[in-house]
Design a protein around this ligand. Structure first.
Ligand code: J2J
Length: 540
């Protein structure tokens, strides 16, 4: 077992099993079964590549055999940083099948994030594509490998340079390699580690089990009407929890549908794919939904197959939400989810008013939702408070984070989301704000403390505070307030410094402002509220 992963108490686990929520299947078993049932049907389309269920399973088996021969073991952590390509599925299912544990990184992550993830998870391997979007991941791998002692293997899709190519690992057979003698993977095991949006200096890792994750996308499939005819466009980075499981690509595979991988989410990339592959459902963050709506009017692609546009990851304004149906001709589904678990959906048959004005309701009758005030007391119906939640697919704690877990979870296992919500009479949630120290930059989450720590490491910085500023397109952007030490610093110098530390581009502050002192709260802490307010246009 992967140690240091808090899990559900036995009585809850037993209940979820008795109720049929956890079915004792692993993700690897799921693909084997789907290959049996859907054999020749196409599972994944990625560029010219069209993988049938059978081929996908066979390739995953072959790679699994190759990984075992290479020495990758059950419970080994493997950083997976791949763009939206077919190999993503071959790699992660190969890992699931041998019980090795993918750690999902995003393509935007750079040295700071990858070296931290590798070190913290004591990763044995790192899987990349040679290059994508003008960035050479092999160079990143060189730097990370020098630094992380546990990292034995770098496996590359494409030209491997001096590393090992993924292709060299397939143990080719005329038949599907047998899995006899392979490690026994249990459905109650942790299947992978997902990255938390985070609000602390260092990102937290989310352990999801086969049992709980399979429940989350099985139930999502029911809510989202997924079936064999569903064609899901993966436009967002596929390792993110939303396109992965709500119901996302894994839901699509479970439904026997077809996944279409978009290398970029722009209309120029996505619209032709929708038209050609007759895509029925896709998921976007709010800024992309705005771009798609703008583009739909002027592009002449046939988008008529698209039945459902899911929007989530950040608050979608009611004004923008109202435009989806008339401008894209499909049903909007708002999705308010989190990699820690709980996912809320508006239902496809909800009234337009509910769809545009709420972020949906929990997908499962087994989700427990509490809305509390600052003292942890349940607020009156209809009042705003922090959302706490517990349920069959919401984690009970982060990986290796005992002290943090004591703060982020209640003793009876509720996860404190840090989101401020209002629950209406019908049980629908409206996201009203955030209690956590995070910036949500159009769905990309930035932990203020993480960026502040990088800024503070600069010798010319005496103090730093990162806050959000409203933005009509991204919802929020980030602004760093900096108190310089001694000599004057320039904005360009600070931003370059952060880039040189290998911070993901979306975390580089959009704006940097210098101050001589920070406004303080009554207890003498930096008042981020006052800093945020100082950025707003003053009304006279
Ligand atoms: C406002 N805030 C939202 C929404 C997420 C499905 C969809 C999204 C995620 C996700 C996910 C929001 N309105 N509609 O994992 O399975 C903010 C909240 C939340 C945080 C979680 C899924 N949808 N948010 O975004 O782990 O602050 O997951 O706590 O990346 O995003 O971020 P993340």
């Amino acid at each position: 077992m992967l140690t240091n992963c808090p899990t559900w108490p036995d009585e809850w686990a037993q209940l979820y099993r008795e109720e049929g929520l956890w079915q004792g299947l692993t993700l690897g078993d799921m693909l084997t079964e789907q290959a049996r049932v859907h054999s020749e049907r196409i599972a994944v389309v990625s560029g010219e590549q069209r993988l049938s269920y059978e081929t996908l399973n066979q390739r995953a088996q072959e790679l699994a055999a190759g990984l075992l021969t290479l020495g990758v073991k059950q419970y080994d952590r493997v950083i997976v940083q791949l763009p939206n390509i077919g190999e993503f599925f071959i790699v992660v299912f190969a890992l699931f099948k041998i019980g090795a544990i993918p750690v999902f990184a995003l393509p935007a992550h750079r040295h700071s994030e990858i070296s931290y993830l590798s070190e913290f998870s004591e990763a044995a391997a790192y899987v990349i594509q040679d290059q994508d979007n003008g960035f050479d991941y092999r160079e990143l791998a060189n730097a990370v490998k020098d630094q992380v002692a546990t990292l034995e293997h770098v496996l590359v899709v494409g030209d491997p340079g001096h590393f090992r190519s993924l292709d060299s690992l397939y143990q080719l057979n005329s038949e599907v390699p047998s899995s006899s003698g392979w490690p026994e993977v249990k459905a109650s095991d942790v299947a992978f580690l997902q990255l938390s949006g985070g609000s602390t200096g260092l990102p937290k890792l989310i352990p999801r089990t086969h049992d709980d994750y399979m429940y989350s996308f099985r139930r999502s499939n029911e809510v989202c009407g997924m079936n064999e005819d569903s064609v899901y466009l993966a436009a967002l980075p596929v390792a993110h929890n939303f396109p992965l499981s709500s119901p996302g690509v894994l839901g699509t595979l479970l439904a026997g549908g077809r996944i279409v991988m978009a290398s970029r989410p722009s209309p120029d990339d996505a619209f032709p794919l929708i038209a050609k592959e007759r895509v029925t459902i896709t998921a976007l963050v709010p800024p992309l939904a705005l771009i798609w709506m703008e583009a739909a009017a002027s592009r002449s692609y046939d988008l008529s197959s698209l039945k459902v546009l899911q929007v989530g990851g950040a608050k979608f304004s009611e004004e923008a939400a109202r435009r989806v149906k008339p401008e894209l001709g499909c049903t909007l589904q708002q999705v308010f989810g989190m990699a820690e678990g709980l996912v809320n959906y508006t239902r496809l048959d909800d009234s337009d008013d509910v769809i545009v004005s709420t972020q949906g309701r929990p997908m499962s009758a087994w989700d427990e939702v509490r809305v509390v005030d600052e003292d942890g007391l349940v607020v009156k119906a209809g009042e705003v408070g922090e959302l706490w939640t517990r349920g069959p697919y919401t984690i009970r704690g982060y990986y290796k984070a005992e002290a943090h877990n004591a703060k982020s979870f209640t003793e009876d296992g509720f996860y404190k989301t840090g989101d401020l919500v209002m629950v209406n009479e019908a049980g629908y949630l409206v996201v009203e704000g955030r209690a956590k120290d995070q910036i949500n930059r159009g769905g990309d989450k930035i932990a203020a403390e993480e960026v502040e720590n990088h800024l503070l490491s600069h010798p010319g910085v005496y103090d730093a505070a990162l806050v959000s500023m409203p933005d009509p397109f991204l919802g929020e952007r980030s602004c760093a307030f900096v108190i310089p030490r001694g000599d004057a610093l320039s904005v360009a110098e600070l931003k370059n410094y952060l880039r040189s530390r290998g911070l993901a581009p979306f975390k580089i502050p959009d704006r940097v402002l210098f101050l001589t002192a920070f406004p303080q709260t009554t207890v003498g802490k930096v008042s981020k509220k006052a800093l945020r307010e100082s950025l707003l246009p003053t009304t006279v």
